[in-house]
Write a protein of this length. Structure first.
Length: 254
């Protein structure tokens, strides 16, 4: 059965969009728009979502430059006993080792988000490896090893995915963007996430928006009442015997 999933190809790399559930980046898509179908297989693109019939989703937070709302985020997650995944930048870790440790000690997962937050489609293979390995070491020294990676800005080409996979990383993006980084009204953030997430969704928060404790509380409350379980990325993803289809959905092989 077909679904209206699309990828936009621009400057040699891809982004995935669903016109119903995901904000459409018209600037990016000034390049080539390609319609795709769910049964096509392509392992060299990031994972955007997981195919599952269970009411399970993952909440993820990208932490790049500051920690101003982390305490508020952790308090809300604790309130509902929800565990999430925090993708952190290596340069940020240098000044915030105690914060990384605090996130981890509260039961959450730490993922790699590069060291200097570059556009991965604009750097060499050697520099990609340096970005990954530098941050991986910093994380390992604090919390232990991690093998999940989110490219800065969600942008990475097929060669970049291959580099990451050669180092043992799963490359993870998202299918639902909360847009909280735009400081839009709480109700719009709540509606975007609660109306568009479905089983297997990976939800992106930047955690830098105003009133994060309010909209995050409402979103988690909604999913809890709707019977959803919120997992860490490593708990949601399949470990083996899977493929990633052309829409970025990770599927179990039959």
């Amino acid at each position: 059965m077909e679904e209206d999933w699309y990828v936009c190809k621009n400057k040699g790399f891809f982004k995935q969009y669903n016109f119903v559930s995901t904000w459409f980046d018209t600037d990016f898509c000034s390049g080539l728009l390609i319609r795709i179908f769910l049964n096509q297989q392509n392992s060299d693109i990031p994972i955007y979502k997981v195919d599952t019939n269970k009411n399970e989703i993952a909440l993820t937070f990208d932490i790049s430059y500051n920690e101003r709302n982390i305490d508020e985020i952790l308090e809300v997650l604790d309130k509902y006993d929800v565990k999430a995944t925090f993708f952190v930048v290596g340069n940020w870790i240098d000044e915030n080792k105690d914060v990384v440790k605090k996130i981890y000690d509260r039961g959450h997962e730490i993922g790699n988000h590069s060291c200097t937050h570059p556009y991965f489609n604009e750097i060499s293979e050697e520099d990609m490896k340096k970005e990954l390995e530098s941050t991986s070491k910093k994380i390992k020294d604090i919390t232990g090893d991690t093998k999940i990676f989110r490219p800065p800005y969600g942008e990475i080409n097929e060669d970049g995915v291959k580099v990451c996979e050669s180092l043992g990383y799963k490359v993870v993006n998202w299918d639902v963007d909360s847009m909280d980084w735009k400081n839009i009204k709480d109700i719009y953030i709540i509606d975007r996430v609660s109306q568009n997430a479905t089983p297997g969704s990976i939800i992106l928060f930047q955690g830098e928006g105003k009133n994060v404790e309010n909209y995050l509380d409402s979103i988690i409350s909604h999913f809890s009442k709707s019977g959803y379980k919120m997992l860490k990325i490593s708990e949601l993803l399949y470990d083996d015997n899977y493929y990633v289809d052309s829409s970025g959905v990770q599927r179990k092989k039959e």
